[in-house]
Design a protein. Structure first.
Length: 371
């Protein structure tokens, strides 16, 4: 378990210390107070600065993978990138008593990169086959790197460097260290915040193969007791569609039961299956009724007690109240972090146990009314 994190230079988090991390870590505060920044910093730490994951952090959903938009994303991530002394992101912490450090800093483009063969580079795109063909036709004469990142990843006494290359003509390319990729695979599994998308059939299939689908179905039954089990059927175009065997409605497409159940299914697939050691979920309670949140809080407690460490954000007072009820019942696995902005920088206070119980009403008010 991650016991503590120290974050510096990451967006508005200039100097933030997260101590006494619990099984479940709930970041609360109004919009724009730095909650998502905390999750992204923790995620960067968990994946040991993996280049492709850093690109995911930098890339808003509305921005395509092209040189100009990625340059804007770099400027967003490193707000002082144009200064002589480049900004540096550092996330350090302790995992099971072992200190680990991830440092990310932007450096000037190295001309040697323009001589690299296309096979030495990867591309951050889902359309891998077409882009691999394009990459093989990539001309050295047109490969113009405009920015790159040096990622110094430290684990114990070993350091690894990775580089991100932005090409003006051919989108975003990056080079990664094979050694650190293997280290990542054996050390941790982490998950980004996700929302409901077209991946549900695959997630259901993966959960079935992993043997975790019964647990997911049990989570659905906390919301709708009439759910029996899930199935995947093929539509006319060959794509998978999630069906629900329902006690009252029979076998029906998931969508008939409403977006609420789809959201719960997505949450359950992301949180209860896959064997992730760490889970980050931004605004997990979005669009959920308070009765559903009570059910999901029990699921979160169970997952945390079973060994998965969770990092969650909310700006809902009723969600905080639900978790406080668990603490009042004797659960010691929760730490609440209140985030706020002071002079453009994120400040954080932590609350757990009796201290949380004594101040939670004020915290709930602060969620809605910025201090």
């Amino acid at each position: 378990m991650i016991e503590s994190l120290n974050i510096s230079g990451f967006r508005a988090a200039q100097d933030v210390s997260l101590s006494d991390l619990g099984k479940v870590n709930l970041f609360i505060g109004p919009n724009g107070s730095g909650k998502s920044t905390m999750l992204e910093a923790a995620f960067l730490y968990c994946v040991e600065g993996d280049t492709s994951k850093l690109i995911d952090i930098m890339k808003p959903e509305s921005i395509e993978y092209d040189a100009d938009s990625m340059k804007r994303a770099l400027l967003w991530l490193f707000t002082h990138i144009s200064e002589a002394e480049h900004r540096k992101i550092t996330v350090s912490g302790t995992v099971d008593g072992v200190s680990r450090n991830v440092c990310v800093k932007p450096v000037e483009a190295d001309s040697d990169y323009t001589q690299m063969s296309p096979s030495d580079l990867g591309r951050s795109s889902a359309k891998s086959a077409a882009h691999n063909t394009e990459l093989e036709n990539f001309s050295n004469a047109r490969r113009t790197a405009i920015l790159d990142l040096e990622l110094a990843i430290t684990h114990g006494d070993d350091s690894f460097d990775r580089h991100l290359i932005v090409s003006r003509d051919h989108g975003v390319y990056y080079q990664g260290s094979q050694q650190s990729q293997r280290l990542l695979a054996t050390f941790t599994h982490a998950m980004r915040p996700y929302f409901v998308d077209s991946k549900l059939p695959k997630l259901v299939s993966d959960a079935r193969l992993a043997g975790t689908l019964p647990e997911v179905e049990e989570t659905l039954r906390t919301v709708d007791p009439a759910v029996i089990h899930l199935e995947i059927n093929l539509a006319a175009n060959g794509t998978g569609v999630v069906y629900v065997k329902h006690d009252r409605l029979g076998l029906c497409p998931l969508g008939i039961l409403g977006d609420g159940l789809s959201n719960v299914l997505h949450f359950a697939l992301r949180v209860t299956s896959g064997g992730a050691r760490y889970v980050m979920y931004d605004e997990f309670d979005a669009n959920f009724h308070v009765s559903v949140i009570r059910s999901l809080a029990q699921v979160i407690k169970k997952v945390g007690d079973d060994g998965t460490q969770l990092f969650l954000t909310t700006h809902r007072a009723d969600t905080l109240s639900t978790f406080v009820d668990l603490v009042e019942d004797g659960w010691d696995g929760l730490t609440v972090y209140q985030t706020r902005l002071e002079n453009g920088e994120v400040k954080v206070q932590s609350f757990a146990g009796e201290r949380l119980l004594s101040v939670w009403c004020d915290l709930a008010l602060d969620i809605r009314v910025p201090s």
